[in-house]
Write a protein that binds this ligand. Structure first.
Ligand code: FDA
Length: 392
């Protein structure tokens, strides 16, 4: 009798895995609690889906075991996915840092995945929530909102907890725990920071302003825009560093990463020593930010001539290393990804199968592998799905 494979989750990893298995001749059903398939794909990249990155490397991923993702990323690369996108003549462009986005709509990617599933005669059961999973003699029994379903193999592709309004559930982690597979602590990643009320009072005046900066926490750093918001700090550089931040860590912000400030002040002293310091700094920083930095006593409201060399070196230090301790993050509500998850110790990096429970697999974001901002998370979804499907 033909093996029956059930995939839980019609997101990026689940749909892609289903399409390969279906085309390889397996009887595949995907169940999902939502009405629509690929809801995160549709929302991603501002509706244009940043579906991969030209520069994929294991160093772009966070995991307790940084080597785990290497095998899957090597066997199904960004170039393989780009080839599929090209086959469908989906127009795309590189935005920056190798990030590839659809020209027209993220719907193109969902349509492509659905077409690939259709080619493999995959059955999709939407609005069907997995409630529990038990092992039986011949495989598994799934307890779903539409009654029991049996399967020989189960692939868990239930994603993480970010954006709960999209119907996320912790079932993937619960299944792992039920089968005694370790789960590393989970938390929101690629997420804006919130600030202490007193600092927020001051910085929220800057809501909407962004500055190009170098942001670092401990030994990790990212260059990019920092956006001030009504709730705290956001923007690409902040989202990236948030995945490396732990409560209490200092965030170091270099507000002028590409400028030698000592040279800048030397030049300005020759040309405009009588000018106000804030007027001079307005050549390199937004005016409103300067006003706020005056309020925070980082910049003094004096002329450049009045700024002595000791004060100047202190100012340079502060602009190169503005230190902020966030209050926390906005959490899963606005996070792009969930860090942590089903421990890679419990899984085969070659097949994504659990080492202790035969025929139980975990792919995509539910696994303790999380990517940087920039198409890395979708590439993990594609690569881990392929690793699983190609070894069944
Ligand atoms: P995914 O979350 O896609 O799918 C899981 C599916 O399982 C969902 O459909 C869910 O409804 C279903 N499910 C959950 N519990 C269930 C249950 N109990 N029963 C049945 N079904 C259940 N990444 C990137 O590389 N480029 C980008 O541009 C973006 N942009 C982006 C924007 C926003 C707003 C978010 C929130 C995230 C991104 N990401 C991203 C991250 C990316 O979307 C994410 O990493 C992948 O979608 C993960 O794919 P998965 O298939 O693992 O989970």
């Amino acid at each position: 009798m033909q093996q029956k494979i059930i995939i839980i989750g019609a997101g990026a990893a689940g749909l892609f895995c289903a399409s390969i298995l279906g085309q390889n001749g397996f009887n595949v059903t995907v169940i999902d609690n939502g009405k629509k398939v690929g809801r995160k794909i549709l929302m991603s990249g501002g509706g244009y889906c940043n579906f991969t990155n030209l520069n994929i490397d294991a160093g772009n991923y966070l995991s307790n075991n940084p080597h785990f993702c290497k095998s899957a990323l090597k066997r199904y690369t960004q170039w393989d996915f780009i080839q599929l996108v090209n086959q469908y003549q989906i127009a795309y462009h590189e935005k920056e840092h190798g990030q590839l986005f659809c020209d027209v709509s993220a719907q193109n990617i969902v349509d492509m995945l659905l077409n690939e599933c259709h080619k493999g005669h995959v059955t999709l059961k939407m609005q069907t929530e997995l409630l529990d999973l038990k092992q039986t003699e011949s495989g598994f029994l799934l307890d779903t909102s539409h009654g029991p379903i049996s399967a020989n193999k189960v692939i868990v592709a239930t994603g993480g907890l970010s954006m709960p309004r999209l119907g996320t559930t912790p079932i993937g982690y619960k299944i792992a725990e039920r089968f005694h597979l370790p789960v590393t602590p989970i938390r929101a990643g690629l997420v804006p920071f919130t600030l202490q009320p007193t600092l927020l009072d001051i910085l929220s005046q800057l809501a909407g302003i962004s500055v190009f900066a170098n942001v670092s926490v401990k030994h990790q750093q990212f260059k990019g825009n920092v956006l001030f918001t009504h709730r705290g700090l956001s923007g690409p550089a902040i989202l990236q560093i948030s995945s490396y931040w732990q409560a209490g860590d200092i965030v170091h912000i270099n507000l002028v990463p590409d400028l030698d400030l000592a040279d800048f002040f030397d030049q300005q002293r020759e040309q405009a020593a009588n000018q106000q310091l804030k007027t001079i700094l307005a050549k390199i920083l937004p005016k409103r930010l300067i006003e706020v930095l005056i309020e925070l006593h980082i910049i003094e409201d004096i002329t450049l001539k009045q700024l002595n060399l000791k004060q100047q070196s202190q100012l340079i230090e502060q602009l190169y290393d503005w230190q902020i301790i966030p209050n926390g993050t906005e959490g899963y509500r606005t996070a792009e990804v969930t860090l942590g998850g089903v421990s890679t110790d419990a899984l085969s990096s070659k097949t994504m199968a659990s080492k202790s429970i035969p025929d139980l697999y975990f792919i995509g974001e539910v696994v303790d592998v999380s990517g940087w901002l920039g198409g890395y998370n979708f590439q993990w979804a594609w690569s881990s799905a392929y690793a699983c499907a190609s070894e069944i």
